[in-house]
Design a protein around this ligand. Structure first.
Ligand code: NAP
Length: 274
């Protein structure tokens, strides 16, 4: 989802883009990564690849760490050898979500509660060691075209008239993939190592709040949305209850905040209705 949005955005900006899917470059294959970057000679590498199946990671932590930690380290090293800046996308799931209210900033210590979160955090750290030009971009609750998660699919499911169940007691900051993509490109250009939190503006919401906003944006107000509690799902991996984020670094650097998530959702709903 994010990789496609990024490739589209960069191509539209006139960049020469070399985009890889898993078949084109397995990030756990060190030789393939070095060979690809040696051939392409990128100015910047932006990694959007990850094993994003949170429950799958919980059941197979070894594979989670192979892709989300070792794979990221391999890309960071290959980027350094190719003389490229390295930007890698991380997650709000590096936090445990126990902060009762407010937003997670760079002042909060990460403390993942799932194998997915732990593998992503380890990927951040390994990349920072492997290349001094590493920019970590933590994002969360991402929605956009081609996405496989609840937020990305909710508008289409509503349009199909599906009855929806949405969690009411878990909060995050929704982020539109094309908005994240634009910021990823800016950060690659800026080439300033650090840990950034990149999410759309606004107070954040619950899954239920997002679903209700989506039903309004899609003009599907007749769709029934059943409110459920997170623990009722009995999923293998625990999720943070509050993973809303804010970026102290972007504010300090004067980077413009991304637009409000409700405006982004409006655009996404209009596009999926075409
Ligand atoms: N979606 C969210 O809400 C969310 C929230 C916070 C952070 N993030 C982070 O944002 C980034 C992008 O996520 P997304 O939602 O765009 O995920 P996505 O749609 O699942 O895309 C991840 C891509 O990585 C590929 N991949 C998996 N293993 C690979 C490997 N070994 N080598 C090369 N490619 C591999 C996948 O290919 P296959 O499909 O073939 O497996 C898939 O195309 C990830 O770093 C994720 O952790 C996502």
């Amino acid at each position: 989802m994010v990789g496609r949005a990024l490739a589209d955005h960069c191509a539209a900006r006139g960049d020469e883009v070399a985009a890889f899917d898993r078949a084109g470059l397995d990030i756990t294959d060190e030789r393939a990564a070095r060979e690809a970057f040696g051939r392409v000679r990128p100015r910047a590498v932006i990694n959007c690849a990850a094993w994003t199946d949170v429950d799958g990671c919980e059941l197979d932590p070894q594979r989670a760490f192979l892709v989300n930690s070792q794979g990221v380290e391999i890309l960071a090293t290959a980027s350094r050898l190719a003389g490229a800046a390295f930007v890698t996308v991380s997650t709000d799931y590096v936090f445990d979500g126990r902060k009762p209210e407010g937003f997670y900033t760079q002042r909060d210590d990460p403390h993942p509660m799932s194998a997915y979160g732990a593998s992503k955090l380890e990927g951040e750290r390994r990349a920072q060691i492997a290349s001094a030009r590493t920019v970590v971009v933590r994002s969360g609750w991402i929605f956009g075209a081609g996405g496989r998660n609840f937020l990305a699919q909710v508008v289409e499911r509503m349009r199909r008239g599906e009855r929806l169940r949405a969690i009411s007691d878990s909060y995050g900051t929704p982020t539109y993939a094309p908005d994240l993509a634009a910021r990823l490109r800016e950060l690659a250009e800026l080439d300033l190592p650090g840990v950034f939190h990149v999410v759309n503006s606004g107070e954040g919401t619950s899954y239920e709040g997002f679903a209700r906003a989506a039903s309004e944006a899609a003009g599907a107000t007749g769709v029934e949305i059943e409110s459920i509690l997170m623990d009722s799902l009995k999923r293998p991996a625990p999720r943070p209850r509050n993973s809303r984020m804010r970026c102290l670094l972007s504010e300090g650097l004067g980077l413009a905040p991304l637009r409000d998530w409700r405006d982004a959702l409006g655009e996404f709903a209009a596009l999926t209705g075409e």
